[in-house]
Ligand binder design. Structure first.
Ligand SMILES: Cc1cc2nc3c(=O)[nH]c(=O)nc-3n(C[C@H](O)[C@H](O)[C@H](O)COP(=O)(O)OP(=O)(O)OC[C@H]3O[C@@H](n4cnc5c(N)ncnc54)[C@H](O)[C@@H]3O)c2cc1C
Length: 382
């Protein structure tokens, strides 16, 4: 293990932190109340180059490494998880298939504007009957002439109401024995006849990162919209991306845990009970000691995972550990923050309740904690 953050990484962290503190945090109450992130702010993030961090300059990106991308997500999540969630979708799952497996024309038409923040991309894999068990999806893609016809329902799709294009998982081979190998990924653009956002899903956390159900009824796409250009390619491509999704979700967890620690430390240094600041009670100090321990361990695992990705080294186990540890640490830190705030931990006008709600979001995408434990055990040879 031989990694450390460079001065460039630290300078970048300060730049993002300043953007978050000056331009994001003051707008959080308004976005929470409206239940949607601010379009102008999103566009601004594109202009600042944040959506293109992990893409080459040719498409308007920065060609930065995964460590830099993790720093961006950590700082964003420290400020506002709803916007960080939408940004991660835009930078990674929503655009990566076009970048890696799309045609040059698709990259110019969709990826480059998405990097600028002018178009929005998302991924549609989950279905009402299939989440962790992606091999059980029932959305079908049937070859017809020079294209494919897609039919099915997808749910929990981030930014669906605002998306210009979707990467949709569908079965080209419905044989149950094919399982994951029967899945392919397709580009479906907004406005394609038969594609509709059928309902928004009200939820407890990340309320300003909208999630919806979408339906595909006889949606026709040209054959070039099959990513990879051949059937049976999709799941292998998705699997390659999973480690990055896991490490980066861990980075979101790290950011949220830091925010929960910082807010509650400030509170503990002011709130008085029994004639003392509550931060002077050993029971409260132990909560901070535990938070700090878990934050430091999360940081090590997340940046080690990002470094492994940059070195193109195998990291199935490390990426699963990074996500498992950092997201569970975030859930715990948010919970402890609400306890330290006492009754005010439940007050909607205070921030701990938002950390508590938003932390839940980290537990699902990229593998639930149960699935991650399955992966870690498998990697251990069990
Ligand atoms: C805010 C939010 C945004 C999302 N955005 C998107 C999006 O943009 N696109 C998209 O495609 N999806 C999205 N999702 C869906 C997400 O990817 C799924 O929630 C996730 O894959 C888990 O699937 P599920 O919710 O159906 O749970 P299930 O798979 O039904 O799991 C239910 C429970 O069973 C456990 N379980 C399942 N299988 C096993 C097993 N083998 N061993 C042990 N335990 C098991 C799980 O851990 C969990 O506790 C989003 C979800 C949320 C909450």
């Amino acid at each position: 293990m031989d990694f450390q953050l460079s001065p460039q990484h630290e300078i970048f962290r300060r730049t993002v932190a300043e953007f978050v503190e000056k331009q994001v945090m003051p707008r959080v109450p308004e976005m929470e109340a409206r239940g949607e992130w601010d379009a102008a702010l999103f566009k601004r993030m594109g202009e600042l180059g944040y959506f293109g961090l992990r893409y080459p300059e040719k498409y308007g990106g920065a060609g930065a490494d995964s460590v830099m991308f993790a720093i961006f997500l950590e700082e964003m999540a420290r400020g506002y998880m709803s916007l960080a969630a939408a940004a991660m979708m835009q930078c990674l799952m929503g655009t990566n298939f076009i970048f890696r497996f799309g045609t040059e024309a698709q990259r110019e038409r969709l990826l480059a504007p998405a990097i600028r923040g002018e178009k929005i991309g998302t991924i549609a894999m989950t279905e009402p009957g299939a989440g962790s068990d992606l091999g059980a999806i029932t959305t079908r893609a049937v070859r017809e002439g020079d294209g494919y016809i897609l039919d099915g329902t997808k749910t929990w799709i981030t930014s669906a109401t605002r998306a210009d294009f979707f990467t949709v998982a569908a079965k080209t081979n419905p044989d149950p024995k094919a399982g994951f190998r029967g899945i392919d990924m397709f580009l479906v653009e907004k406005g394609t006849p038969g594609l509709a956002v059928s309902k928004k899903i009200p939820k407890v956390g990340v309320v300003a990162s909208e999630t919806s159900e979408i339906t595909l009824k006889q949606v026709r796409v040209p054959a070039e919209n099959l990513f990879g250009g051949k059937e049976g390619f999709g799941f292998a491509a998705l699997r390659e991306m999973l480690n990055e999704i896991r490490v980066m979700t861990g980075a979101l967890g790290l950011g949220l845990a830091r925010a929960a620690r910082d807010e509650s430390m400030q509170y503990a240094q002011q709130r008085v009970a029994f004639g003392r600041k509550i931060g002077e009670f050993q029971a409260i100090q132990h909560k901070f000691a535990d938070m700090e321990t878990e934050i430091e361990l999360s940081r090590l695992m997340v940046y080690y995972g990002a470094w492994l990705i940059d070195q193109k080294l195998p990291c199935n186990k490390e990426a699963a550990i990074a996500k498992l540890y950092a997201t569970e640490a975030a859930v715990k830190a948010a919970d402890e923050a609400t306890r330290i705030f006492g009754a005010y931990g439940m007050a909607m006008e205070m921030t701990p309740q938002r950390f508590f709600r938003d932390a839940r979001f980290l537990l699902y995408g990229g593998g639930t904690s149960e699935i991650l434990r399955n992966i870690i055990a498998k990697e251990m040879g069990m």
